[in-house]
Design a protein around this ligand. Structure first.
Ligand SMILES: *Cc1c(COP(=O)(O)O)cnc(C)c1O
Length: 482
């Protein structure tokens, strides 16, 4: 290594990273190595002596080539995962090089000011109340946790219960209303917050998974005491957006807090095409969004927005509590997140938003929706293929029919065959009792060509799977033979 300890290592790292990113188009999207192969590559025993930094990085790069999912590439449609915009990735590297502790302004002015700027940009582009508070967290899970923590303070204070001092023991009970199509992170947030999942009352939803506001209104009528309504803009399977205007209207009548899980779909608010569908968004009390999904910021990046900064602050605040901290009139980030020490998480977010601008963010959303519609159109004309959802966002659910009637088994086989083929990657799910292939178009770089190539791969996999026997009995027989 040269005298400058950074130069050699970071040069090698840049080369490795660029090689990796440019190799994505030509390799299988699925990982090549399994856990035991990766253990062999990475070494399972901690060396007793220091190892050469160059070797450490090179070995990691080799293992990464084999053991990564190609989710940073153009033909990854699994879960809901974006790639990284080049500017956001570069900014993320800078943030790592700076190694700032973005806990308080005094420990990193630049991190605090970047957050302050991002806060204003986010409220502006999403059309949310400009007086709202924003916290930069690891993802929508922590955003929903923080938002529901703010809600807990807010709805209990309204019945004169100070939950921050008194805890929940003996507190008035809080009812949380949501559909069975809520994301499981809502349930986990309720567990973290001590509400327990027994506090949940389920509201019915329509065929695409959107809440039925009339049913919500009727249930709210029957529930006494503090209430929180959890809705979503972007169902994890169908992309369905709850009718927010109607929801907020009835929730307001009953004094309920409304939280919007917008992990997937909140960015759609930047596109004027969604004005109608997202009408009423600004009337909610809190929102969760993800930077690392559709906005294509590297992991991890989530955003919580709260229309009641006092309640948000009551849940997360620390400043003033510890004499070793340096109070300031600027933003002390940890006053708005559950974390203490943390990376300068908003730096890549700032870079993504600035490099895209308002129109660029709208374009990512519109392109993702157009690609999803293209998937649905091209797949639906294939004999035996059915689209299960109304494609309202970037999500498509596909079901494959088998002459033997074993559609669930066949659909799972097609998903596996697509993954093995490696042209693209997508997963399976169960939607209203049926197995389905789910396609999520969240990457910034996907083109219409990628959709066409992927549809061809899916059709190949379907034909391959049809060639095998797919009656349930046949599957059991084969299992017994093995
Ligand atoms: C991904 C997702 C979450 C969880 O978000 P993380 O960023 O993984 O913490 C919550 N809700 C919905 C609808 C999601 O798609």
């Amino acid at each position: 290594m040269s005298n400058n300890p950074w130069q050699t290592l970071l040069d090698i790292t840049t080369r490795n990273a660029v090689d990796y990113l440019t190799s994505l188009d030509g390799r299988s999207v699925a990982p090549a190595a399994d856990a035991s192969q990766l253990r062999a590559l990475l070494g399972t025993d901690l060396p007793s002596e220091p190892q050469s930094p160059v070797h450490v990085i090179n070995d990691l790069a080799v293992a990464g080539h084999q053991g990564t999912m190609g989710s940073a590439g153009r033909r990854f449609f699994g879960f809901v995962m974006g790639g990284s915009l080049p500017t956001a990735l570069a900014a993320d590297w800078l943030a790592s090089a700076w190694d700032q502790n973005a806990a308080i302004y005094a420990s990193s002015p630049v991190a605090a000011v970047v957050e302050d700027i991002c806060q204003r940009w986010i409220l502006d582009i999403l059309g949310l109340p400009s007086s709202s508070s924003v916290g930069f967290v690891t993802g929508a899970q922590m955003a929903t946790f923080t938002a529901l923590g703010a809600a807990r303070h807010h709805v209990l204070r309204e019945v004169s219960w100070d939950v921050e001092s008194s805890g929940l023991s003996g507190a008035p009970s809080v009812t949380v209303l949501a559909t069975r199509e809520r994301h499981a992170s809502v349930d986990r947030a309720l567990r973290y917050l001590g509400f327990g999942t027994d506090s949940l009352v389920e509201i019915g939803c329509d065929g695409n998974g959107a809440i039925k506001p009339a049913e919500l209104a009727a249930t709210l009528q029957d529930v006494a005491g503090p209430k929180i309504v959890c809705v979503q803009s972007g169902n994890i399977n169908t992309g369905a957006i709850d009718p927010l205007d109607e929801v907020c209207e009835v929730a307001r009548e009953h004094g309920a807090w409304v939280h919007v899980d917008g992990a997937i779909g909140l960015w759609a608010a930047v596109s004027s095409r969604f004005n109608q569908v997202l009408a009423g968004l600004e009337r909610a009390d809190s929102w969760a969004a993800d930077g690392h999904k559709w906005l294509n910021v590297p992991y991890d990046c989530g955003v919580v927005v709260c229309a009641h900064p006092g309640s948000h602050h009551a849940f997360t605040r620390v400043s003033g509590a510890s004499p070793y901290l340096v109070p300031s009139d600027e933003r002390d980030e940890m006053d708005w997140t559950p974390e203490w020490s943390r990376r300068a998480r908003a730096v890549p977010l700032y870079a993504a938003m600035r490099s895209l601008g308002r129109s660029g963010i709208a374009e990512i959303v519109e392109r993702g929706c157009a690609h999803a519609s293209r998937f649905a159109e091209l797949l639906s004309v294939i004999e035996g293929v059915e689209i299960l959802n109304e494609v309202v966002l970037n999500q498509v659910l596909v079901r494959f029919r088998s002459p033997e009637g074993a559609h669930d088994v066949l659909t799972d086989c097609v998903v596996r065959a697509v993954q093995q083929d490696g042209t693209c990657w997508l997963g399976g799910t169960t939607w209203q009792g049926s197995r389905a292939m789910r396609i999520s178009v969240s990457g910034w770089a996907t083109t219409a060509d990628d959709v066409d190539i992927s549809v061809a791969a899916i059709e190949r996999a379907y034909q391959l799977a049809l060639g095998e026997r797919h009656d349930e009995a046949g599957v059991n027989e084969r299992r017994a033979e093995q």
